[in-house]
Write a protein that binds this ligand. Structure first.
Ligand code: NI
Length: 394
């Protein structure tokens, strides 16, 4: 009996097991399109059905079924449609770069002498352009005549173009007339190249005397940090010197745009300086934003000036700018600085010229005092600066 009972029970169990899937299959069949809702079935069905293919979006099979097979009104997912047109407009993050200088933050002015050089000036400009940085180029007039293209590009990028005399002579050895003629000749080269005659002049070798300092109608600027790149011709040496210099806030760094080694160093230093938090500004920007004064004609900005002045509490706006203050607006500066900087410089001399007395004294003294004396004014250079004129001559 027991065996019979066991057999009966086993038979029932087997029947149940067989009937289970069958009923489930029937249930599925009666439900119409429901099966796809089971998670496991969706991927396979997606391949079989034609709908998803039409949408061409195999990545979202779940969503593609709901609207097609079930009642549209039941699916709140459809409400997503109106959002779609709003998202496309997003791809407009490519706004033009707007350069903003914050006078309250660290800034340093990179300067390059002796160019322009077709290859290395452009290599340096490449780096500046890539990093949205500006620098000041003290160019030799006769080199500008020979290679005007880099100068034009400097102007386009918004870099400051300054004069380094016409023939790279020791200006402190020239008579006043010759001195002025040399600078005027250089100015003509800049004009012929299509840029404004510079208001800033850096005398070759940093050599100055009273005439050079205060009788040219220009602003005379030297530097505070001498990389001696012309001496080492070694990119790593220049990089090491700048990176180990210490605080560069408010400094004017001297380099030369006629060496491959310098261009190589710049490729490393520009991004590095920015990573350190320095804003790379032009000399005029540094004077205005850091030292609080626009370059004055017949004034000498040498090592003594920079080492005896600190960051100003009242940054001055550049001509054409509206607000200089601590906040500095973001709108116009970038665009205006580019084309206006050179022009602005040319305009500056007018106002202050009247109040300048040195200009009147210099000419009077010139005849008497003028001697080819190497006035110890060159001592006003940065400590490490003892350039060898012979090595500098183009
Ligand atoms: Ni030079």
């Amino acid at each position: 009996m027991k065996k019979l009972l066991m057999c009966a029970v086993t038979m029932l169990l087997v029947l149940c097991l067989i009937a289970g899937p069958a009923s489930a299959a029937r249930a599925a069949g009666s439900a119409g399109g429901v099966p796809p809702l089971s998670a496991g079935a969706v991927p396979r069905l997606a391949g079989e059905e034609g709908d998803p293919d039409e949408e061409g979006d195999p990545g979202a099979p779940d969503d593609s079924y709901d609207p097609d097979e079930s009642g549209d009104p039941d699916e709140p997912g459809d409400t997503g449609d109106p959002e779609e047109p709003e998202e496309p407009p997003v791809p407009e993050p490519e706004e033009p770069y707007v350069r903003v200088i914050d006078p309250s933050k660290p800034m340093v002015a990179l300067t390059f002498d002796d160019g322009p050089h077709d290859t290395w000036s452009n290599a340096i400009l490449d780096v500046l352009e890539e990093n949205h940085a500006l620098a000041t180029f003290f160019e030799v007039g006769r080199n500008v005549r020979a290679h005007p293209e880099p100068v034009q590009r400097m102007a386009e990028l918004g870099c400051e173009i300054a004069s380094h005399s016409n023939a790279h002579k020791d200006l402190s050895k020239l008579k006043k007339k010759t001195l002025i003629k040399d600078l005027d000749t250089a100015d003509a080269a800049f004009t012929d190249a299509g840029v404004e005659p510079p208001a800033l002049v850096r005398p070759p070798y940093g050599a100055v005397n009273k005439n050079v300092k205060s009788a040219t109608g220009r602003s005379i600027v030297t530097w505070t940090v001498d990389t001696e790149d012309w001496r080492s011709r070694d990119a790593q040496a220049v990089i090491d010197y700048v990176q180990n210099y210490g605080d560069l806030d408010g400094e004017i760094v001297l380099m030369h745009s006629i060496y491959e080694s310098t261009a190589d160093a710049v490729r490393v230093l520009v991004p590095w300086l920015q990573e350190q938090g320095y804003q790379l500004v032009t000399v005029t920007e540094l004077l205005a934003y850091y030292y609080g004064e626009l370059p004055q004609p017949d004034r000498f900005y040498g090592y003594t000036y920079f080492s005896s002045h600190g960051r100003t509490d009242t940054p001055v706006p550049l001509p054409g700018e509206t607000v200089p203050g601590a906040g500095v607006p973001a709108e116009e500066p970038a665009e205006e600085e580019t084309p206006d900087t050179p022009a602005a410089l040319a305009d500056e001399p007018e106002a202050p010229a009247e109040s300048e007395s040195p200009a009147e004294e210099a000419p009077a003294e010139t005849d008497k005092e003028w001697k080819p004396v190497r006035v110890p004014d060159t001592v006003d250079l940065a400590p490490a600066s003892i350039p060898n004129p012979a090595l500098f001559m183009p």
